[in-house]
Design a protein around this ligand. Structure first.
Ligand code: SSV
Length: 149
């Protein structure tokens, strides 16, 4: 949920790294970070805008337009992480999301990766996908998470 002292505008997905997410050398394969970004955003929908999940089974489409990740440190099995997400912007039908992934350690947390996604909100029509402003429940749910102002 949203957390931190000043009513923090972050949504956090906590995770413990599994053996199945590591490669031959024992560290986490780079694509896992994108999966965790995806997991974080879908858990946000489930907990903050569940009606959007129903709409996705109808004509709403949330199209991933852009994804990036910068890697600072490796992870290995049983590392505990927080994927922290905030709203970078909401422009017309486009939603920008910032991600910071922290490794949780006894001495504190370390930022080990940073990412970004751009999602396009669309409607499926007979003419194909057309851009559409985010439905009100989603727009409302996003509001508290806008940090880049
Ligand atoms: C199946 C499918 O198309 C799923 C798309 C999921 C998109 C999720 C978007 C979530 C946005 C959350 C924004 C949160 C900002 C704090």
């Amino acid at each position: 949920g949203a957390q931190n002292a000043r009513n923090a505008p972050y949504f956090t997905y906590r995770h413990i790294v599994s053996f199945e997410e590591t490669n031959l050398v024992g560290n986490v394969y780079f694509t896992r970070h994108l999966s965790w970004q995806g997991r974080c955003r879908e858990m946000f929908l489930k907990s903050h805008a569940p009606t959007i999940l129903d709409e996705l089974t109808h004509d709403l489409r949330l199209v991933t337009l852009r994804v990036s990740c910068e890697y600072f440190e490796e992870l290995t099995a049983f590392d505990e992480i927080d994927v922290q997400m905030s709203l970078a912007y909401l422009r017309q039908h486009r939603i920008g999301l910032d991600f910071n992934t922290f490794k949780l350690q006894p001495g504190g947390r370390v930022c080990i990766a940073r990412g970004f996604q751009q999602i396009g909100c669309m409607r499926a029509t007979a003419q194909g996908l057309v851009p559409h402003r985010p439905p009100e429940p989603l727009a409302e749910a996003l509001k508290p998470y806008a940090v880049r102002l």
